[in-house]
Design a protein around this ligand. Sequence first.
Ligand code: MTE
Length: 319
Amino acid sequence: MRILKKKSWELPESAVTSEQDFINRRRFLKAVGLGSGALLGQSIAHAATSGFPSPLNSAYKLEDLEPTPYDLIKGYNNFYEFTTDKGDVQKLANQGWQSEPWEIEIGGLVDKPMKLDVNDCISKVGGIEQRVYRMRCVEAWSMVIPWDGFQLSKLIDLVQPNAKAKYVKFTSFYDPKSAPGQKSGSIDWPYVEGLTIAEARNELTLLATGIYGKPIPNQNGAPIRLVVPWKYGFKGIKSISKIEFVSKPPLNTWKALQSREYGFYANVNPEVDHPRWSQASERVIGSGFFSSRKDTLMFNGYAEQVASLYEGLDLRRNF
Ligand code: MTE
């Protein structure tokens, strides 16, 4: 892998643009008459428009938590294909990168491979629904996000993996002409992620095509991205163009960058610190001027649904 620029994953958590810096900068731009619309001068393209408004699935609504404000969800982003600056992703992801139309290819060790437009994919799985999930980034901040999407297991049932398929590999797009971050050699593009088949089939695992009942904005991974709420946010690969069923664990992007710090499983675990910071608590994005912290929960609060997937596995070694 070519390392041409400063390695952003070596930044301490405290050095990552804080939410307050981000909000202050937006306030300043507003005050001088450069609100985001004027500043960007863009029309926002959305790809997967099928299925809205989607019905709320009341089994996943998180009674005790307020969803993070929409402006923060779509304005405070990690999307390295565009930039490592969280506050600038929104601008750069809407300056010419086309997330519409969008084909997705599903193949590998399956009986019924397919290549289809993302809207056709939504129809084939029977539409979308809304679920409110916690999201915990490995950088120790968190949000609560109302996603629209469909359970990945529905798509798995359609393509019918064979007995040799043990893992699912997800690959994002590669388009350095419109994604400026891909011109740098610091990451071996395209972005790749992986799950075991059992994780991929878990009831919680979603392919999201919307947020807050609207098509997913480019900066959040239009038109379709993965959501695995018991894992750190980096597992949630954005803008997926290929899904392959494979026999060996795929080498995911962050593990390839720094395998001592980021693993394949990446389950949220307050007892296993990142080598450079604690994972015991998290900064709650949107919780006021001085974002408050709260304790991080094992499997991000989803132990009941997923702990059985890891029985007998040493979670310190398999981090
Ligand atoms: N997917 C792609 N293709 N590229 C990325 O840089 N960043 C990951 C993940 N998915 C990333 C990605 C990281 S580190 C996080 S925390 C989440 O997306 C952020 O999602 P959000 O911007 O919608 O909050």
